[in-house]
Ligand binder design. Structure first.
Ligand code: SF4
Length: 680
């Protein structure tokens, strides 16, 4: 008997923005397992439980294997030719009847850079609108907006592999060991090397177990806390005066604004004891190098941009920017959410954060693509969905996202989808949003295509095709090329390598990126030319905007606070065993076995008062809906706060969340709304 050889294909994990690399093991043309890459600078031979199981969902029997078109009897199989023509005809008809801005495109942080580049090119050059956005709007749009206005670049300032050398790590609103486990492990390494860990979080997450200080903050009060830390630093003269005068502007306004935020005043707002605030401020100020790491606990608020700029203020106050193992480091969510932003899957930017309203930039793209482009910025996804509900958006093209599950207030999203005249969806599986579509395309997974992802520290890395697309499926990029062709536009690209060459030609921060280089290195942007090594640490000599800008920020409360009827704060987030809307992880046996269903965490004192025991079924209600879920009683969460994950299609937490938005970044307030708990 001849043994069947196993092929090991080096690729990038399709789950979180940490960007671990592994070898996908392929036998007989099918994935059978993964092996971590020892040399990878981020993962260093390790993976989390999701990465170890990243092969299983690919061959799940529920994979979509043929296009579907809506009929009177529901969605029914159709040929590729028919589905492509149906899509092109409908988009054309709606564009001609209502104008290009009546169409919206939701791109995907699960797709490659090359595919996102094609989506935005298709949206701008073929549909004629800038109405393109993606899930960064629901996770790190405040990072892009906040860090852009403070530093001039909306990305992580430093590298993940610098974390173990930080002497102090301030973690704000990030459950890193569950949401970004390998980054959590690098933080643990820093701790083992003597680093002081300060955690700011309403919950004592696993990181809280080994952190030196835990500031159990009331959700939505971060600005008050950070202002109070700066108040302490300034009162004690600990600020980096030289850095402030040489590298920043706006300091006097900041100094004035934080005067009233004494630790005692902040205690009233945040519920963090003033002595802990003082201790945290002194520790962060006196320990160098000090790194700030943050997650969605900072961003998913109506004040998300303010929160991000507050952290930027704190880092600049101590001169902690532009140096190794320091800076302000957002932990980006999905595998390629950084890359989707980089590629211009945003309503206001071409690839590389080049403004669509800048005539010189627009002329460059018009010349390259040989087409007239729309001059005004488009709508964010939050605005698109609002206009969809108002009946003004007539068609939606959603690629690899499940907006019914991921957007706040799912009921509003469903009502909006029902008003559309046409909706197209690409996905691996039949997701909640696809149920409302007129056409559904079966897409190929990360293992079936070439391309690149950019991770949380701006690292551009290869995805390598391990085997041909599963029978009946096509890569998302190929589907878009076919739809464009049916609309008489040739996207003029043949393969992902050539698309990257086009990206490099038109995108200065990716100027030196090529598949030849990516074969032997992964490159952190900005990398302006072929001889540039890439950039581990941003803003070393000067900020991308010249001087770093302090913003004087006042604390403003969340939009919906507890009251008599809804006395709890409901906050939401991720768990280790599942990933975002669960499309892939809920189809992975081990992951589903560990956490098969939704739950609500409740403080043990609150539980005692309400006579709730661990495992009891509770009805969690907000002004938008109600869900019945099991109780997880824990002392680790603050009194008056309950917390739920949002991964479960059978019990969608976003039926409860509040669709109010940050006016600057347009992110929804997933982290704070008022809720009621009843035992059933
Ligand atoms: Fe994949 Fe993130 Fe886990 Fe790394 S930490 S293996 S990138 S899910």
């Amino acid at each position: 008997m001849v043994a069947v050889p196993i092929k090991n294909v080096l690729t990038t994990c399709p789950f979180c923005g940490t960007g671990c690399n592994f070898y996908l093991k392929v036998k007989d043309g099918l994935p059978i397992g993964v092996l971590p890459s020892r040399n990878h600078p981020v993962s260093r031979g390790r993976l989390c439980v999701k990465g170890w199981n990243a092969h299983e969902f690919i061959t799940h029997p529920e994979r979509l294997r043929e296009p579907l078109i809506k009929t009177a009897k529901g969605l029914r199989p159709a040929s590729w030719q028919k589905a492509i023509k149906f899509t092109a005809d409908n988009l054309q008809k709606i564009r001609d009847k209502y104008g290009p801005d009546s169409i919206g495109v939701i791109a995907s942080a699960r797709c490659t850079n090359e595919e996102n580049y094609l989506f935005q090119k298709f949206t701008r050059a073929v549909l004629g609108t800038n109405n393109i956005d993606h899930c960064a709007r629901t996770c790190h749009s405040p990072t892009v907006t906040g860090l852009m206005r403070s530093f001039g670049s909306g990305a992580a300032t430093n590298s993940i592999d610098e974390l173990p050398d930080a002497k102090c790590i301030l973690i704000v609103g990030s459950n890193s060991l569950e949401a970004h486990p390998i980054i959590g492990w690098r933080i643990r390494t820093a701790k083992d090397k003597g680093s002081t860990i300060i955690l700011v979080d309403p919950r004592k997450t696993d990181i809280g177990i080994f952190s030196d200080l835990h500031l159990k903050i009331l959700p939505g009060t971060d600005v008050a806390l950070i202002n109070a830390m700066m108040n302490v630093i300034l009162a004690e003269g600990l600020e980096d005066k030289d850095f402030i005068s040489r590298r920043t502007e706006g300091f006097l306004e900041l100094e004035e604004a934080v005067k009233k935020y004494t630790p005692e005043y902040a205690q009233e707002i945040t519920k963090v004891p003033s002595d802990l605030i003082i201790k945290a401020a002194r520790t962060y100020a006196k320990t160098k190098p000090a790194s700030i790491v943050y997650g969605l606990g900072i961003t998913e608020h109506t004040k998300g941009t303010d929160n991000v700029s507050s952290l930027a203020n704190l880092a600049m106050l101590m001169g902690n920017v532009g140096k190794p193992s320091s800076g302000v480091n957002p932990l980006r969510g999905q595998c390629n959410v950084q890359g989707s932003c980089d590629m211009g899957a945003l309503p206001n930017y071409f690839p590389g954060y080049q403004l669509v309203e800048d005539e010189v930039v627009r002329n460059k793209f018009e010349e390259a693509w040989q087409v007239k482009l729309p001059p005004k910025k488009g709508m964010t996804s939050s605005d698109l969905f609002k206009e969809m509900l108002a009946g003004k958006i007539k068609a939606l093209y959603v690629i690899g996202e499940d907006i019914v599950m991921s957007e706040p207030n799912s009921t509003h999203i469903i009502e909006g989808l029902k008003k559309l005249e046409f909706m197209a969806v690409h996905d691996l599986f039949m997701c909640k949003s696809a149920e409302f579509a007129d056409v559904v395309f079966p897409a190929s997974s990360y293992a079936e295509k070439d391309g690149t992802f950019a991770n949380a520290d701006r690292r551009v890395q290869r995805l390598r095709q391990a085997f041909k697309p599963m029978h009946g499926t096509l890569p998302d990029g190929e589907i878009i090329i076919r739809v464009a062709k049916a609309m008489s536009f040739d996207l003029e690209t043949k393969n992902p390598k050539e698309i990257m060459d086009e990206i490099a030609r038109l995108t200065p921060i990716y100027g030196g990126v090529s598949y030849e280089r990516l074969d032997s290195e992964n490159i952190q942007w900005p990398c302006p030319d072929k001889t540039h090594p890439g950039t581990k640490t941003l803003h070393q000599k000067e900020f991308s905007r010249g001087r770093g800008k302090f913003f004087a920020i006042e604390y403003r409360a969340a939009e919906e606070l507890p009251d008599e009827e809804y006395p709890f704060i409901l906050s939401t987030g991720r768990i280790l065993f599942h990933y975002n809307v669960g499309t892939m992880t809920q189809r992975t046996k081990i992951l589903s076995r560990e956490f098969p269903d939704n739950f609500v965490q409740i403080n043990d004192e609150d539980a005692k008062r309400l006579e709730i025991k661990n495992g009891d079924f509770l009805k969690v209600s907000t002004r938008r809906g109600a869900l019945n879920v099991k109780a997880k009683v824990t002392p680790g969460i603050s009194e008056g706060v309950v917390w739920m994950p949002f991964h479960f299609a059978q019990s969608m937490t976003n039926f409860l969340t509040n669709d109010v938005f940050d006016p600057l970044s347009k992110i929804g307030e997933y982290k704070v709304c008022a809720a009621k708990i009843e035992k059933i």
